[in-house]
Ligand binder design. Structure first.
Ligand code: ZN
Ligand code: ZN
Length: 646
């Protein structure tokens, strides 16, 4: 008999050789129907794997990430089988699950495929799925495994197997299909009720451009047809909200091949919007005791060798800038922190003067691979809403709370409600990985958890995710489509104060090391604007949006009155413009809707006679005719409801 411990801590005794599925059945028939994957003693197993020792068992359903992973990986086998049948001679490589679905990298040889071929592959894949073929794992000797793929002439699998140790190699069979696989499958193909291929792309074998190019086929699958339909709808909506598309339509930013890939150019409306974001944060930061500093875009290579950033970014990023002077090298700054450390070092501080909080909208440069670039979310030059707090260990607790307050204020003012926090702490089994005293780490981790607790954050603690130099808290935001984005971060650092020999004079008259906190509530201006666009679909909060109102004269003879209304709005600090084109009001309204302008103010004969404007809200709601002053009040009230003072 063996003892199986379940996640709730309960222990059940079973006969040796019991399977995860048997355990599920023992718990309830309902659970057994839903179990699709399992983990035993920290190893992913099949639902039919016999368990032969005491241990911890976790059963996964579709609702668990691990369950989805097994589901999607299993689906990749089915798609691979369909493709192998339809395109004889193709060479399979790897087919993992990804965040949404799966892919399979395949060498198509003389064949080629495009999206037009998807329906026939999907059709065959679903036929296979309906066959309810069980996934069966078997051990294979290294010799037999190599032999199997050498016979097929599949050099990719041969390469993979060559790197594996004999005795650890397994194949997975289902129906007439066999694949090299570590395991982690759903019970049988019949669980797949809906499957769709999404795209094809080129991908180098092992991600190395010196290797042959393969075809990556992306797909997704679901246990219910309805879920696929919903997913495809979401995908459509995501396309509409793609920040690259909206950024173009709303004239916020652009890219130029001449300027260079991954280097965004902010257009006037985008620059103004970004400036409003910066002013908003500056104002709150000032109240929170931050001081603005400014540092150059480059620094001597030595600076980054001292900070350790050269070791991290040097080789793989922009290469040093040389000057006429021999041996003189500068780097584009990949981080603002080293500069801020030197600002701290500009004069000695006593404990009474701490904390020092230095803030800068600092632009940094990192060389991202061209394949990784994506709109404003992955760029080669971006501006962090950066700040570094230098404080004593005793002040850490309070400072962390203050930063959380500021971050919550920022998120709230921008309409984010659905956010969580992730607290990254040490891996206690690997103390050698971390710099700084255990005592300080314990205090810092506790300070972060206390702060998260006290501020009522929904948070999770993830061991082993801390950087070597300190624990951190990341804000994660779910956007309107339920996608997770990592936003601002608050990071404790024991490393840079050492490297830059930062000190303060304590009450004992001795020199001590301050602790450093890095924080950026937006993350970066670029990434944040991208997220705002995708979250709001381009409907920004009223205080931030490029134009708050557009005045639409019904005909040419109302233009003068429209100009007068505009002046009056401007006097009330409302950002507005007049559409005086010789077009129908209907067309002007449609276009203002497209531009996502929150208020359309229609002025014709009666409005002019009564000194009013007819207010139509974006989306169609009619608020009737009111005076410009009352409209200004309405705007102010609405702004005040989201933008509270800090
Ligand atoms: Zn597999
Ligand atoms: Zn920093």
């Amino acid at each position: 008999m063996i003892d199986i411990t379940l996640p709730d801590g309960s222990v059940k005794t079973f006969e040796n050789g019991v399977t995860p599925m048997d355990v599920a059945k023992d718990i309830s028939e309902g659970l057994a129907r839903n179990v699709i994957s399992a983990k035993f003693n920290d190893t992913i197993v099949e639902t039919v794997t016999p368990l032969e020792e005491n241990g911890d068992l976790v059963l996964y359903t579709w609702n668990d990430d691990e369950g989805k992973k097994a589901f999607w990986h299993s689906s990749s086998h089915v798609v691979a089988q369909a493709i192998e049948e339809l395109y004889p001679g193709v060479k399979l490589t790897i087919g993992p699950a990804i965040e949404n679905g799966f892919y399979y990298d395949i060498d198509f040889g003389d064949h080629s495929i495009s999206e037009k071929d998807f329906p026939k592959i999907e059709k065959r894949a679903m036929e296979i799925a309906r066959g309810k073929h069980p996934y069966k794992m078997r051990e294979v000797s290294k010799k037999d495994a190599l032999n199997y793929y050498q016979k097929q002439g599949n050099e990719y699998k041969v390469e993979l197997i060559s790197a594996l140790e004999d005795g650890t190699i397994t194949f997975c069979d289902h129906d007439s299909f066999t694949d090299l696989c570590r395991g982690g499958h759903i019970p049988n193909t019949g669980y797949i009720k809906a499957l769709k291929l999404l795209s094809v792309a080129g991908a180098y074998w092992r991600g190395d451009e010196n290797n042959p190019q393969l075809t990556r086929v992306y797909g997704i699958s679901f246990p219910k047809q309805k879920e696929l339909t919903e997913y495809l709808e979401l995908l459509e909506e995501a396309k509409k909200r793609d920040h690259r598309k909206l950024g173009r339509e709303l004239e916020l930013f652009t890219f130029s091949q001449k300027v260079g890939q991954g280097l965004p150019l902010w257009l006037p409306k985008g620059a103004a919007l970004r400036d409003r974001l910066e002013q908003f944060l500056k104002k709150a930061q000032k109240k929170a005791g931050y001081e603005m500093v400014i540092s150059p875009h480059i620094g001597q290579k030595e600076l980054y060798v001292t900070s350790g950033h050269y070791a991290k970014y040097g080789e793989d990023s922009f290469q040093p800038i040389h000057t006429p002077k021999e041996d003189e090298e500068f780097l584009l700054k990949p981080m603002n922190c080293p500069h801020h450390c030197e600002i701290y070092n500009a004069k000695p501080f006593s404990y009474r003067e701490l904390p020092k909080r230095y803030a800068e909208f600092g632009t940094v440069y990192r060389y991202e691979q061209s394949g990784e670039l994506h709109g404003l979310t992955r760029v080669r030059g971006f501006t962090q809403d950066d700040a570094h707090i230098f404080c004593t260990q005793d002040q850490l607790d309070q400072e962390f709370k203050n930063v959380i307050d500021l971050s919550l204020y920022v998120l709230g003012s921008l309409g984010f409600e659905n956010f969580t926090a992730q607290v990254s702490v040490r891996d206690l089994d690997k103390p050698e990985k971390y710099i700084g005293s255990v005592d300080n780490w314990e205090k810092a981790e506790q300070a972060i958890i206390n702060a998260a607790e006290e501020k009522g954050l929904k948070y999770s603690v993830v061991p082993g995710e801390a950087a070597f130099y300190g624990p951190k808290l990341d804000f994660m935001v779910k956007d309107a489509l339920g996608r997770n984005w990592q936003l601002g971060t608050i990071q404790v650092d024991y490393n840079l104060p050492e490297r830059f020999d930062l000190t303060y004079k304590g009450s004992d008259n001795e020199l001590h090391r301050p602790v450093m906190i890095h924080r950026a509530p937006f993350g970066s201006m670029e990434r944040f604007v991208a997220l705002l666009l995708e979250h709001s679909g381009g409907n920004f909060p009223l205080w931030l949006t490029p134009e708050q109102a557009i005045v639409l004269p019904v005909s040419e003879k109302h233009e003068k009155y429209a100009e007068k209304v505009l002046k009056s709005l401007e006097n009330h600090e409302i950002r507005a413009l007049v559409d005086d084109r010789n077009e129908t009001v209907g067309k002007k309204i449609r276009e203002a809707e497209m531009s996502k302008i929150p208020f359309m103010l229609i002025v014709g004969d009666s409005e002019e006679a009564e000194g009013t404007l007819s207010v139509r809200r974006h989306g169609g709601e009619d608020l009737g005719a009111i005076s410009p002053e009352r409209f200004a009040d309405l705007v102010q009230k609405e702004i005040n409801s989201t933008l509270k003072s800090f």
